[in-house]
Design a protein around this ligand. Structure first.
Ligand code: ZN
Length: 81
């Protein structure tokens, strides 16, 4: 099995990224328009994301967006771009 390498945390912004616990692909993320861009939960900023293909994820301290690295890109997100 191939070892997956990420380039490390990146700033929260729209674009291709790998979010931990949100599947095994890098998706193209947009701020979730339903939940709002971000919120403060227990003193920490939590950001809500929704990918072009409909996957939902949150990021917060310790679980941040990662550079795409060599994770496979989601074909559905790529087709919609
Ligand atoms: Zn996707």
């Amino acid at each position: 099995m191939q070892t997956m390498i990420s380039g490390g945390p990146i700033a929260n912004s729209e674009g291709w990224a790998k979010i931990p616990f949100a599947g095994r692909l890098a998706h193209y993320w947009l701020p979730d328009e339903i939940e709002g861009y971000s919120a403060i939960h227990k003193g920490e900023r939590v950001s809500f994301w929704k990918s072009r293909c409909g996957v939902e994820a949150t990021t917060y301290k310790g679980v941040s967006m990662l550079e795409r690295g060599n994770w496979p890109m989601c074909k559905r997100c790529g087709r919609l771009s």
